[in-house]
Design a protein around this ligand. Structure first.
Ligand code: ZN
Ligand code: ZN
Length: 349
């Protein structure tokens, strides 16, 4: 088969590569679409891989073409999305169903062969079947949806309250939609970009607030009658939105940090005291897995993509490129700000 092989730093070549076999319990997937994740950029451009040569790719969809002995959950011809985590299944966290917290995991496309190839082999439980009415492109976008939904579950979400989603990126858009699907009085998305705020409205947000406007906090609190938000989701990982989360929370609120910080974070004593005075609960969220593996995050994404209630905006795909142009695709990330949205590598028939 052919694969986009990372041979050295900044050196991706489309080469003949050993075709993987469907061993017992495994399924062989003919890859149709494979997304380039933010985490792949340092792997290719800054010597960030575990070893050379390696085939990356962990956000993918395709068709099952072969099943190994004992496989019962999926069959040849199924359209599947791949869950990339391979937890050890033995440690305390795995035994408790907290697969995202496993420390002895492997991972498709970073520790073993990924989906930037004609074929990839994965355990049957990592293959999530989705309806043929859902495109392969959308099928490669399961992960952000599952990450958002994991955060919603982590935050002990119940419908009926006011919900604030900080950050209108892909994760934020999915978080907003999940909050609506499970019932919310109102869901409000906060961002500084007009395009993202418009998209949030288009995808169903009840309000979209531009936080670069001076009186935005007043507007935000007015929506809730001055009481604040019962559920706050931080999805941007930016210092101002992380601070904002503490301010927007209502008394006894649930606050969840899905975004991860990239800079030092400071709170004034008054800002931090919000947590004491409001007695809100603060939690984090990591990846997107639950029991039974890979979890309801994946199963519900397949379900709500098929019903159309969970929407994916095709505008968030920046470019689709054939797999043999993987080198060119990664090189686009050398220019800061050039790539706006998802880059998908596709295998045409
Ligand atoms: Zn990723
Ligand atoms: Zn484990």
């Amino acid at each position: 088969m052919k694969a986009a092989v990372v041979c050295a730093n900044e050196d991706v070549r489309y080469l003949d590569y050993e075709e993987p076999k469907a061993e017992p319990g495994m399924v062989k997937v003919k890859v149709k679409a494979s997304g380039i994740c933010g985490s792949d950029i340092p792997r290719v451009l800054h010597n960030g891989v575990h070893f050379y040569p390696i085939v990356l790719g962990h956000e993918f969809s395709g068709d099952v073409v072969e099943t190994g002995e004992g496989v019962t959950k999926v069959k040849v011809g199924d359209r599947v999305s791949g869950a990339p985590l391979l937890p050890c299944m033995k440690c305390d966290d795995c035994q408790n169903g907290n697969f995202s917290l496993c420390k002895k995991y492997s991972f498709i496309g970073s520790r073993q062969q990924g989906s930037n190839a004609d074929y990839v082999v994965i355990p049957e439980q990592n293959a999530v079947v989705f309806d043929k009415s859902v495109s392969y492109e959308q099928g490669a976008m399961f992960e952000p949806s599952t990450v958002a939904l994991h955060g919603v579950f982590q935050n002990d979400y119940k419908g009926g309250g006011y919900v604030a989603v900080l950050g209108g990126g892909t994760i934020g858009m999915f978080t907003m939609q999940w909050a609506k699907i499970f019932g919310a009085k109102k869901v409000v998305v906060f961002d500084i970009s007009k395009e993202r705020l418009n998209l949030a409205k288009k995808l169903g947000a009840d309000a979209a607030i531009n936080t670069s406007v001076e009186n935005y906090m007043e507007k935000a609190m007015d929506i809730t009658g001055g009481k604040g938000y019962s559920y706050v989701f931080e999805t941007a990982g930016q210092v101002p939105t992380m601070q904002m989360a503490f301010e927007l929370a209502a008394n006894k609120a649930h606050v969840c940090f899905i975004g991860t910080p990239h800079a030092d974070l400071t709170f004034t004593p008054a800002m931090w005291e919000n947590m004491n005075r409001k007695e809100f609960k603060l939690t984090g969220s990591w990846m997107s897995y639950s029991a039974p593996f890979p979890g309801r995050e994946w199963e519900l994404t397949a379900h709500y993509f098929a019903t159309g209630q969970l929407k994916f905006d095709p505008g968030s795909i920046y470019k689709k490129m054939p797999m043999n142009q993987a080198q060119e695709a990664f090189q686009m990330f050398q220019k800061p700000g050039l790539v706006k949205g998802k880059v998908l590598l596709v295998n045409e028939d």
